[in-house]
Design a protein around this ligand. Sequence first.
Ligand code: 2NE
Length: 271
Amino acid sequence: IDWHDHSAGYEDILYHKGEGIARITINRPQVHNAFRPLTVQEMERALADARYDAGIGCVILTGAGGQAFCSGGDQSIRGRTGYQDDAGTEHLNVLDFQRQIRTCPKPVVAMVAGYAIGGGHVLHLVCDLTIAADNARFGQTGPAVGSFDGGYGASYMARIVGQKKAREIWFLCRQYDADQALEMGLVNCVVPLAELERETVRWCREMLQNSPTALRCLKAALNADCDGQAGLQELAGNSTLLFYMSEEAQEGRNAFMEKRRPDFNKFKRAP
Ligand code: 2NE
């Protein structure tokens, strides 16, 4: 793929676009792509850009170096209440980014080589699809390092792998290889490391052939099943979007603007 570099202005990530795909790469390989607040802020900025770029149909999230997708929060800057930025303010802003991935109306695909561990594991979990290299290793470390993710990291994980397995993953802090992850339903496929990007792009291209509105509504529908009223809001927002496109809805707006009574009688009621 002919990637165009949009990384200027970013410090902790690389950002590329090509053929309707945006690729966000965590670029801190010296710490297995652990994130600090700045890393998360930059991923948020890039994902917002990808969302609002009408030329982009899906997003790849990955890590640089081939040895790690992401190893979670950078423990060297962990303070009393979160991860410290340069001003000393402490954040758990990765939780906002998780929600941003969920509510992005375009598919977000995790492309995982090497470690997806701790908060990095939860990041791949909340992506819509995960394509794993054969060197990928998955797991949670929270209870071993004095942390946990009781949000998507717990309940959404349990929806994917089941309650017993989710408790095993969290309570024992083991690591699982790519084949074990595939067996648990944690990833969509496993390919040799050398094939990882080619295969991920192949999945993206297939999705790009399909109706973007259908994908958008399906993502919202699948989210709604897990996300309570926020999920219903997201799904309902898509209904509003589709309704705005109809003549019936436009009649309401037009009548208001033309200061007349709307004529909804001309629209047939669907059975
Ligand atoms: C990922 C893992 C298992 C890899 O082990 P190994 O032995 O292959 O590599 P090593 O030597 O541990 O790591 C290489 C370098 O990366 C740093 C290491 O300290 C080491 O640095 P040097 O000794 O070469 O200077 N590094 C790796 N992960 C880091 C991290 N997360 N923060 C800072 N430096 C890191 C092994 O490295 C590992 O277990 N890493 C820690 C995983 C972890 O516990 N992550 C945090 C979980 S909590 C979390 O992410 C979280 C949350 O639970 C809730 C909200 C927000 C965040």
